[in-house]
Structures are given as structure tokens and as C-alpha cells.
Design a protein around this ligand. Sequence first.
Ligand SMILES: [Cu+2]
Length: 479
Amino acid sequence: MGLRRIGLIFWIYFLDGLLLSMASNIGQNYTFVLREKKFTRLCTTKHMLTVNGMFPGPTIHVRKGQTAFITVHNEGNYGVTIHWHGVKQPRNPWSDGPENITQCPIQPGKSFTYEVIFSTEEGTLWWHAHSDWSRATVHGPIIILPPIGKTYPFPKPHAEQTIILGSWFNGDVKELIDEALATGGDPNISDAFTINGWPGALYNCSNETIYNLVVRHGKTYLLRVVNAVMNEEMFFAIAEHKLTVVAQDASYIKPITTDYIMIAPGQTMDILLAAKRSPSHYYMFSRPFFDSNAAFDNTTTSAILRYGGNYIAPSNPLPNTIVCLNSSCDGPDGNRLAASLNNVSFEIPSIDILQAYYRSLSGVYTTDFPIRPPYFFNFTGAVGNNTLHPSIGTKVKMINYGEAVEIIFQGTNVLTPENHPMHLHGFSFYNIGNGFGNFDEKTSPATYNLVDPPEVNTIGVPKNGWVAIRFFADNPGKL
Ligand SMILES: [Cu+2]
């Protein structure tokens, strides 16, 4: 079983779309009704697409190894699919969700039942709409508890709470992305970030509700943090409290205790929080990490950690400072800017790829996705005004069952270098190495961690740097 190394080079990072409260009951049957609902945030009211009228949406609550059935009724105005982010779905690609990849959109007035098969995942994941930017308002957590008779690999916490970081746009997100895709420009930035649906105290709208997490002194809590923000990697911290990260992307890790985390869009982290400071009110803050020269939302969302009991609370919650490392692009010659991998910019087909594969329909995709960049240059050096012209295509790379696959994601300095998350469907992978600058086939592999690499489903590729991942191709299609 040889190892296949695939080098993927981002020529141009542009459109940042990602390729990609506790429920009390553990259940295996859910009904999701997609419908528009009126919401007011930042003193602005709009109608937006939701599941069951909730923002964030409802929690899927299962035990490891269970299968959940989620029936989605679309009462909205346009076709949408739902993706179960990080759920491997062994031999069950039809329920994965990406629009026009594994299924056609669920049209208004129609329903679709997803069979979501949980296998090795344990911890926190999330679900989200997988049609354009509808995930901005259509998303929610997935909590996977240990099987009956098993427990966490750490002392049982007193209680658990989901913390979802999100983006708020005063405008309609569908109009926003439709316009950006039509012009090739950057979509407008968000107007706020949210914690569990609320922007918090630092925006220009007094009387806004702020999310409160109430704790008992001396108890330890499990926070299930989801970054459902559209584009930005986020810092998250709680004033005067340490965070102990015990799992990432529904896989346990060696615990790491830290003052703050940085979490990429799509990532999830399980964090232990010991409520052992003086009883008071403490701010939780989340703000973006950004290292690109593209416009970004540079605001800070807040929530409050509030101890219960009798004490004199301060007039303002105690603040913290999150350490931050640093502080419309229409294309040239009438062209449109687009992201590409190995100089191929993905074209969404009109028939989903999975169906085309199983029905042997020709003309939907080709199997010639290049496993290496078409040519090598100093990807992370002074590339000058390097405007490449990627080809447009729906290209796939076929890999053999059981094959061990290594992928190098290499960021480039072309146009808008930035730290960028990458995510794999149907698998978790091992993050075996990363570095700044260009990946070197001779020297870089010597730095790999092949002993105890973290197993994740989403990874941030450093700005002008690289990441190496490995996985076994052990999840073929339907039986
Ligand atoms: Cu996913």
C-alpha cells in the first residue's frame, strides 16, 4: 500500500467560501423546517433563512456509533442542502450534503431525509447549509456523546455548554454572495460576529441582548466551541480563566491549557473551563485573526461568564485582552478573479458528481485533476504582479480504495496571501506537518510528526506556508 503524495497549490485565494444551548434529549430522528424568520440584531431587522426559526439552529444530539435521520422540509424560497460537517458517513456519500456534488438542492416545497451515520467521531461537530452562503444563518451543533457505559477521557464535567461563533450581516446573505460571484469581487464583510447568536456589548446598539453563561464556583464545565463564522479565523478567550482543549473536530487530543484559542472556520474544539476565580462577571471575547490585505470585519463579539451565588457584581464584566499577532477586487483586463487548486478553478456542475459517477453519465466531470502544480515557482516569494489564468473545470482525482494519501497544501503569495482553512469530507486526517515558506520535498518531510499527530477534519494553512496531511482512502461509495 504505497503512499501517494499530492501537492495542491493555491494560486489565488479569493472568495473565502469554504470548499467550505444544549438539547436535553439524545435522539435519532429530527425534523428540520427551512423557513424565513424575522430577526433583529444591531438594531436592524431582516428576514433570514433558518432551521425551525432558530439562530443558531437546533442541536443534533447522539451517541457515538448511532445513526440519525434528519428530515428537511424546505419552506424557503430557494434550493438548499444540509451538510454534516466532520461526520465521516462510512459508505454513505448520498447523505453528505454538498450541493451539486453529492445531491441536487432540496427545492422549495420539497423534503429530503438524511441518514447521518456516526462511526468513530466523539465530541463536537456541526451541521450547516451547503448552498452558497446560506450557512451564515443555517447551522447548528452536533454533540456526539460516548457510547452507553463509556465516559470521557477526562473527569466528568459538571455541565456542558455549546458556544457557537457566528457572523451577522445586516443585509441578505444570498444577495451578497450572488453579487460577489457575478463580479468576482470580494463579498461585503460581516457587520458583527456573534456568540450563540448575539453580537454582545461592543457594537453600536445599546440594549442588545448579550449571551450569559452562568456557572457555579468550583465546578468544571465542558464548552463545545464551534467556529461557524463565514471566513475569519477567530481568537476566543475568557477573562482571567484558562482554557484546556481536550478535543478537536470530534477527536480527543492531548490536553492543552492556554489563555486563548485560535479556531478556524469549520473547526470545533471541546474545552474544559474550571470556574474557580472570584465570583464575579467576566467577559468572553472573540475577535478575528487576519493576515490578508483583503477587507475584513475587525470587530469583537462578547458574552459574559457569570458566577451564580451571592456577591456584589461589578458594574461592568471584567475584561480581557486577546493577544493578536497583527493587525472589491475585480479582476484585471475585464476578467473575474477566482480561487484555484493546481491552476484549476472548480466549476459547479448542473448534475451532482456522485449521481454522474453511479449512473455513468458522461460530460459532467473529468478525471484529470492534476496531482502536481503545472509549474513550480517561488510560491511564497516576490511573485510580483503574477496574474495566472487558471482553467475552469469540474475535475476529480480518482484514488484507490485503501490507499494511503498525503496531500501538501501550499499557500501562495499571489494576489491575496492569507491564512486559509481547508477541510475534507468523509474523512478525518492527520495533520503531520506544517511550515512557513515553500514545502521542500527533500527537507520538509523530515520535520513530520508521525508519532502522535492530531486527527482533525479542518486545518488552517499558514499564510505563505504549507500543511501536510495524511489519511487512508477507506471510505468508498455506497454498497
Ligand atoms: Cu464538512
